[in-house]
Write a protein that binds this ligand. Structure first.
Ligand code: PAP
Length: 335
C-alpha cells in the first residue's frame, strides 16, 4: 500500500558529488538556449525540452540520486493534463482497503500532496530518498520520457494527455496565478504563440506526448496511456483499467459493494473541488506554495472554445496534426 512520504535523506553520496552537480548545473544554465518563461523569466532548452531552471537541476539530481524499486508506479503527464484527478484516482484505488469512503485520506489532503512530484522533491542537499514509503511507491512527474534515467523506465507508468487547446487555456490561467510578481502578466496571445513554438514548461507538448506514446507502443504492459477526455467519458471503465494495471483488479465482492462507483464519485471534480481542504489548503512545492483550489478551475472538455478564435484553433490543431502525423495518435481535433 502506498503511504505519503516523510523526508528521509540519502547518505549514499557525499557533499562533494552534490557540489560537482551544482557546478555542472551552473555551467549548463549559462550555455543552453533560453526562451521566454511563463512563471519565471526564462525557460531553458535542455536536451530538446523547455524547462524552468530549477527542474533542470531536479533532473540532474534524479539521474544522480534516485533509486527506483521494481514496484514503483509513476504518473506522468504534461502540465494541466489531469494530474490532480489521476493522483486522486490512483491513491484511492491502490489504498481502497485502507480508507473508508466516509472518512478518507482525500478529505484531509489535496490530491497533489498525496504522493511526491519528483521535480519539486529533488532540489537541494540533502536529497530526499523516499525509502520510508511502502510499496508500491507512487510518484508523479512532468518530465518527458526521454529525460528520465533508464533505470526508472523499467517501472510501470500511467500517462495522461489532453486536448492541447484545453491544456493551453488551463496552463495560461494557472501560470498567471503563480507568475513571478516582478513580471508583467502573460497575455493569452503571447502564451499561444510560445505554446505553438513549443516554448512551454516541459514542452514542446507534441514531443512530450510522443515520447510516452512511442514507449507505450513498445511496452504496453509497462505504460498505460490515457486521455483526459476518455476518463471523463468512461470514468468507471478507466478506473478498472487503472486498478488492473497497478496489479489490484476489482473483485466481484467489490463490484457488489460498488467500490468503483464510490471511487469515481469521490474523485469527481464536483466532490473534490468542494472539499474544505481543496478550498483553503495549500500545496507546497519546493520553496513555493500554491492554494489547492488553483488545481480545480472548471474540469471541462472544450473550455478552449471560450478563449480561442477559429484562427487560433486552426493554428494549434494544424501544428498538432502535423507533428503527430504517422504516429497513430490523435489529440483534440488533430484527427
Ligand atoms: P498540474 O499540471 O499543475 O498538476 P493538472 O491537475 O494536470 O495540473 O491539471 C489541472 C486541470 O485538471 C484543471 O483543468 P481546467 O483548468 O481546464 O479546469 C482542473 O480543473 C482539472 N481537474 C482537476 N481535478 C479534476 C477532476 N477531479 N476531474 C476533472 N478535471 C479535474
Amino acid at each position: 500500500m502506498s503511504t505519503p512520504p516523510s523526508r528521509p535523506i540519502t547518505e549514499s553520496k557525499e557533499d562533494g558529488d552534490y557540489i560537482k552537480l551544482c557546478e555542472e548545473y551552473n555551467c549548463l544554465i549559462e550555455t543552453i538556449p533560453k526562451g521566454n518563461g511563463w512563471r519565471v523569466k526564462h525557460l531553458h532548452n535542455y536536451n530538446g525540452f523547455w524547462l524552468n531552471p530549477i527542474y533542470i537541476k531536479a533532473n540532474l539530481l534524479l539521474h544522480a540520486y534516485f533509486k527506483p524499486h521494481p514496484t514503483d508506479i509513476f504518473l506522468a503527464s504534461f502540465m494541466k493534463s489531469g494530474t490532480t484527478w489521476l493522483k486522486a484516482l490512483m491513491i484511492s484505488t491502490i489504498n481502497r482497503h485502507r480508507y473508508s469512503f466516509s472518512d478518507h485520506h482525500l478529505h484531509y489532503h489535496g490530491p497533489q500532496s498525496t504522493f511526491p512530484f519528483l521535480e519539486t522533491e529533488l532540489h537541494s542537499y540533502p536529497i530526499t530518498d523516499f525509502t520510508d514509503m511502502s510499496a508500491p511507491r507512487l510518484f508523479s512527474t512532468h518530465f518527458p520520457r526521454t529525460l528520465l534515467p533508464p533505470s526508472v523506465t523499467s517501472c510501470k507508468f500511467i500517462y495522461i494527455c489532453r486536448d492541447p487547446k484545453d491544456v493551453l487555456v488551463s496552463k495560461w490561467f494557472f501560470m498567471n496565478k503563480i507568475r513571478d510578481k516582478d513580471l508583467p502578466p502573460l497575455s493569452f496571445d503571447e502564451a499561444l504563440d510560445l505554446f505553438c513554438q513549443g516554448i512551454s514548461d516541459f514542452g514542446p507538448i507534441w514531443e512530450h506526448v510522443l515520447s510516452y506514446w512511442r514507449a507505450s507502443l513498445d511496452a504496453p504492459d509497462k505504460i498505460l496511456f490515457l486521455k483526459y477526455e476518455e476518463v471523463k467519458e468512461q470514468p468507471e471503465a478507466m478506473v478498472r483499467k487503472l486498478a488492473a494495471f497497478m496489479g489490484e483488479p476489482f473483485t466481484k465482492e467489490e463490484d457488489e459493494k460498488r467500490v468503483v462507483e464510490n471511487i469515481v464519485n469521490m474523485c469527481s471534480f464536483e466532490n473534490l473541488s468542494n472539499l474544505e481542504v481543496n478550498k483553503t489548503g495549500v500545496f507546497k512545492f519546493g520553496k513555493a506554495e500554491v492554494g489547492n483550489r488553483e488545481f480545480f478551475r472548471k474540469g471541462k472538455i472544450g473550455d478552449w472554445q471560450n478563449y480561442m478564435t477559429e484562427e487560433m484553433k486552426e493554428r494549434i490543431d494544424g501544428i498538432i496534426h502535423e507533428k503527430l502525423k504517422g504516429s497513430g495518435l490523435t489529440l483534440g481535433e488533430s484527427a
